[in-house]
Design a protein around this ligand. Structure first.
Ligand code: ZN
Length: 271
């Protein structure tokens, strides 16, 4: 019998609103990340919670390496994350780590890096929120498992089009807001070996991560984004001077990397 280990999920939460804003503390006394972790526990994932104020901004090398799917909630302090860390996380996504980017994470450095666009959208934080209706466009997609044709969030922040992202691989959810705007609110992307899901609902002052359907969508997305992490082998730049077919043209010269050529040139000049 094949034993399947639980998926290693890291929930990374900026976790500054929870320290700075009384209204957020009231909605999420256990923090946003804490609420997501608590609600995902029954699904049997191997969950780790980390935050911006933890050592290495919540991403020590060993955790980057072991994480199979990362959930990302950030908002006010995207710019604090070091570019060196974003380089490592981007490489890990390209090597196969799943990434689920929530709500204001549309402006996270890592997400913008992976998308290559501004990821700007339109927004409105109406007093007390406004109704959001999330329509499921692909009921047979794994991320939509057990999700009704639409769900309603009584209080939400409006995130509307135009949303400056590349064309998604798949559009799973589309949101309509009480004010009349619409958004591609559940989108998938593949980058290298990594699967990415952006999911818009989740403003910090509304209890959206207490909604059972929202949690079900996150659990589905984890299962979808997960790929068994074995060697972590990347999509390398693969020199193949000898072709497979006999008699086919081969590459007979070895083109030295430019850096090496320049170093040799410098060495000659010295002599
Ligand atoms: Zn928000």
């Amino acid at each position: 019998m094949i034993k399947v280990d639980p998926i290693k999920v890291t929930v990374w939460n900026e976790c500054r609103h929870e320290k700075e804003d009384a209204d957020v503390q009231e909605v999420y006394p256990e923090t946003i990340g804490g609420c997501i972790v608590d609600n995902l526990k029954p699904y049997g994932f191997d969950l780790t919670l980390s935050t911006l104020d933890d050592p290495q901004q919540g991403w020590p090398d060993a955790l980057i390496e072991s994480t199979e799917v990362a959930i990302w909630w950030g908002h006010r302090y995207h710019d604090e994350l070091s570019d060196a860390l974003i380089d490592k996380l981007q490489a890990r996504v390209l090597a196969g780590m799943g990434l689920i980017v929530l709500h204001s994470g549309h402006h996270a450095k890592l997400f913008k890096r992976l998308m290559g666009t501004s990821c700007n959208l339109s927004w409105r934080e109406a007093e007390g929120g406004e109704r959001e209706r999330v329509w499921c466009l692909k009921p047979s997609h794994p991320i939509a498992y057990n999700i009704p044709p639409y769900l309603e969030l009584p209080q939400s922040e409006m995130y509307g089009e135009p949303f400056d992202i590349p064309e998604p691989d798949e559009l799973i959810f589309n949101s309509w807001y009480q004010g009349g705007e619409v958004l591609r609110s559940g989108c998938t992307f593949q980058r290298g070996r990594g699967r990415i899901f952006f999911f818009a609902p989740g403003h910090e002052t509304f209890p959206i991560y207490r909604d059972e359907h929202i949690i079900q969508i996150l659990a589905n997305a984890i299962a979808w984004a997960h790929q068994p992490h074995q060697s972590g082998w990347n999509l390398g730049n693969w020199g193949r001077p000898i072709p497979l077919e006999e008699g086919a043209p081969k590459q007979t010269y070895y083109k030295k990397p430019r850096k090496l050529m320049l170093a040799e040139k410098a060495e000659k000049v010295k002599k």
